[in-house]
Design a protein around this ligand. Structure first.
Ligand code: ATP
Length: 297
């Protein structure tokens, strides 16, 4: 047995256990708590209104105390409201980069600024309130559909919940169920399809209304119609919000204000689709090899 594989295997067993034995909610809490070292600084400030400018200044980060460097001396600036598509080979650090913004991990060097404030000077709870995550593995907990949507903003009322569900194109489905918004989901409740779960989580984010969004675009194909609807909801959701998207779809990449090509060596290229095609570098190569068949999209 390869010695170095052991920790990885243990980690994946652990994650499998999490998936088998826990409800989504518990799992979510577990993930949020995975790094107990990250706590508020003594004088951490509260955050009120956020524009959503994000800046990485000379950021270096590695997992396992320096053994696995993922980002070194990274510089990046995203203007509020813009959409940045992250592309690049598997393992380049796209997910890691995104997870540094809600401070799931602590950086080693440099600083990450939100509206020119070092995120370490902000109360973690406030920081995370301003960031919406759409992950491939949707987290819903045992409870009613309403509970699951209202989690985005516990102070919302029924009308707000319905409006959010409409924006996420899931309202019609919900009211078609005999118990509507009171329908119980989870282990003993109604089973939902992947697309329905996605849309409930998108409704939750419309309620949460965060100025910053991190989208991990699905790689696994949903049926075409669902996919188009979800794509549309996500486009609506990202309007006016600073959005980082780990992009797998050509249409997302082309529509982004900026594309960031990330490799193991850092940011290889950065610019709009047209700029990068013209440059005829790595992106152009990736584009030709990976998306050749999708050009008509
Ligand atoms: P993909 O496109 O496959 O999702 P990615 O570009 O998002 O890849 P990351 O998931 O950020 O890449 O991973 C970057 C590197 O960090 C990889 O070498 C990965 O094995 C490692 N890594 C990711 N998460 C952890 C972790 N929790 N602990 C240790 N190493 C990790």
């Amino acid at each position: 047995v390869n010695f170095f594989m052991q920790p990885i295997r243990r980690l994946s067993e652990f994650s499998q256990q999490l998936q088998d034995g826990m409800t989504g909610f518990e799992r979510f809490i577990e993930i949020m708590d995975i790094e107990p070292d990250i706590i508020d600084r003594e004088n951490a400030m509260e955050l009120k209104d956020v524009k959503g400018d994000i800046e990485f200044n000379n950021v270096s980060f590695s997992y396992n105390n320096g053994k696995n460097t993922v980002l070194s001396n990274m510089n990046l600036s995203i203007d509020a409201g813009k959409t940045v598509a992250l592309v690049g080979p598997s393992g380049a650090g796209k997910t890691t980069l995104c997870h540094l913004i809600p401070r799931f991990y602590e950086i080693e060097e440099g600083e990450i600024l939100l509206d020119n404030i070092d995120i370490r000077d902000i109360k973690i709870k406030d920081l995370r309130k301003k960031i919406g995550l759409v992950q491939q593995d949707v987290f819903l907990f045992t409870g009613t559909i309403r509970d699951n949507i209202i989690y985005g903003d516990p102070e919302a009322n029924d009308e707000d919940v319905i409006e959010a569900a409409k924006k996420a194109s899931i309202h019609d489905f919900i009211i078609s169920l005999p118990e509507g918004y009171d329908t119980f989901i989870g282990e003993k409740g109604v089973k939902l399809s992947g697309g329905q779960k996605q849309r409930i989580s998108i409704a939750r984010l419309f309620l949460k209304n965060p100025p910053i969004l991190v989208l991990d675009e699905a790689t696994s194909a949903l049926d075409n119609e669902t996919e188009i609807m979800i794509q549309k909801s996500l486009e609506d959701l990202s309007k006016g919000r600073t959005t980082l998207v780990i992009a797998h779809r050509l249409s997302t990449i082309k529509n982004a204000d900026e594309i960031l090509v990330l490799t193991a060596d850092g940011i290889a290229e950065q610019g709009s689709h047209e700029n990068l095609i013209e440059k005829d570098g790595l992106y152009a190569k990736l584009y030709k090899s990976q998306f050749k068949d999708l050009m008509q999209e």
